[in-house]
Design a protein around this ligand. Structure first.
Ligand code: FMN
Ligand code: SF4
Length: 436
């Protein structure tokens, strides 16, 4: 009998070879000015070679104001088109499609860099955890950012990539408008769900008007926000019922697929769901001290044994016990309410779990990030009949926290024979070098 994992998936404007998608992963591989590097190409081709049907890119800012960390390749100007063309072509050599994530951080960032001191947002409230400052956008500024998303989509199309994804999840700018926990505006972009969705709908219209209806466009959404997970007194934000409505509106506007995530911030106890590796976290958090009004306080609290432990315990409690497939209930609710394909992210690395989720109609495909860092060849392992990689991802989240300072890779020493082997694996992304 044919294995559902390896059945092609048809979107309106795109077909991929299987149901296993590489989820978005950033990493500070590029140049400070947002131009791309060979390391980014090496990184993306690694997963294409491993057998995924499509790769959804890193966080690609549509403007320097929307950047969350320096050294992420951007798509803010036409001179970035050749780089993305090269990435798409190199990925496609392995039969894999490439979808570029159009992104804007708004008030949520890690290290802003020298160009932009303050994030634009739906609100002037700083983010509650780190205290990143924000400016509530004027209507002219909203129009400007809507236009920037449209222009970036045109560049992506010009680069020949297979589609774009709107980063509408995890607390970045689109979430800052959508969220009832964050958006406190009193104009037509705030208040009711319909008003809060106006920003993203205008972005979709801007993209469709410039790129036509035959270019793949999907949206990543935080279906349930749990905005009060780590910040006492904050409202809980959008519920799955709110997100179902938003997805129906997006479908009506011509969006081709929904990518289901969770959490009103990044990171969030439920995304990426796993441990909070305190020691690694403290080692890198110092580089964020000047970024937010609460970051120095947080650094001291994390370093203290008692408060650091309490923070981690709360984090784990808010995460819950399930990691693999933790967004499936939300994905299923959206799947039942729309007729476009639904991709679910969150912890997937067991073939039988993924197969069952697809067979039961809870999603059409899954996306994977950390499990593929740990085992880039996982689709090939599944194809050979393995249910789980022999050395799976432990969800320790050390890759996540290290990304602020160090190259993206697997930092769980227990998965390697020696520390040297781990470091060699991390640094392998720089091979082949740009100038051999
Ligand atoms: C290091 C790292 C970087 C990530 N960067 C992004 C990103 O740029 N955009 C995004 O939408 N999600 C990002 N994510 C979230 C993943 O795409 C994914 O949805 C999440 O980690 C859950 O999947 P997983 O359990 O398979 O890791 C990132 C996750 C990790 C671990
Ligand atoms: S560091 Fe490695 S094992 Fe830990 S979550 Fe990341 S990929 Fe998985």
């Amino acid at each position: 009998m044919a294995d559902v994992l390896f059945e092609p998936l048809k979107f309106r404007n795109l077909e991929i070879r299987n149901r296993l998608i590489r989820s978005n992963m950033s990493g500070r591989f590029d140049n400070y000015d947002g131009s791309g590097t060979q390391a980014r190409i090496n990184w993306e081709t690694r997963f294409a070679r491993g057998g995924v049907g499509a790769i959804i890119s890193s966080f690609v800012p549509v403007h320097v104001r929307g950047r969350i960390l320096p050294n992420y390749a951007m798509i803010d100007s036409d001179d970035k088109i050749p780089f993305w063309r090269e990435v798409g072509e190199r990925v496609r050599e392995h039969g894999c499609k490439f979808i570029l994530q159009l992104s804007h951080g708004g008030r949520q960032r890690d290290i802003a860099g020298i160009e932009v001191p303050e994030g634009w947002s739906s609100t002037a409230k700083p983010d509650p955890l780190h205290g990143f400052r924000a400016k509530a956008m004027s209507k002219i500024e909203i129009e400007e950012v809507v236009r920037q998303f449209g222009q970036a989509a045109v560049r992506a199309r010009e680069a020949g990539v297979d589609g774009v994804e709107l980063h509408g999840a995890n607390g970045y700018l689109i979430t800052q408008f959508l969220s009832s926990g964050i958006n406190d505006r009193s104009d037509e972009y705030g208040g009711s769900l319909e008003n809060r969705a106006r920003f993203v709908i205008e972005i979709v219209r801007s993209i469709r008007a410039r790129c036509g209806v035959d270019f793949h466009l999907q949206m990543k959404i935080s279906a349930t926000e749990n905005n009060n997970a780590m910040s006492i007194g904050e409202p809980r934000g959008n519920t799955i019922q709110d997100s179902v409505r938003v997805c129906q509106w997006l479908e009506a506007e011509g969006v081709d697929a929904i990518h289901v995530s969770g959490g009103s911030s990044f990171p969030h106890p439920r995304n990426p769901a796993g441990d909070l590796p305190i020691d690694d976290f403290i080692r890198v958090y110092d580089s964020m001290i000047s970024s937010g009004d609460h970051t120095f306080r947080n650094f001291l609290l994390l370093r203290n044994d008692i408060t650091g432990t309490l923070f981690r315990e709360r984090w784990l409690k808010e995460r819950g016990d399930v990691i693999e497939g933790l967004n499936l209930a939300d994905s299923e609710a959206i799947r039942k309410a729309v007729s476009i394909p639904v991709i679910c992210t969150g912890g997937f690395q067991t073939a039988s779990v993924i197969r069952e989720a697809i067979r039961q109609g809870r999603c059409h495909a899954v996306s994977m990030a950390r499990p593929l860092i740990a085992n880039p060849d996982m689709p090939k392992m599944f194809e050979q009949g393995m249910d789980r990689p022999p050395v799976p991802c432990t969800y320790c989240n050390k890759c996540l926290v290290n990304v602020v300072e160090n190259p993206l890779g697997c930092y769980d020493e227990t998965r390697f024979t020696t520390r040297e082997a781990m470091i060699a694996d991390i640094l392998s992304v720089f091979h082949p070098p740009a100038f051999p």
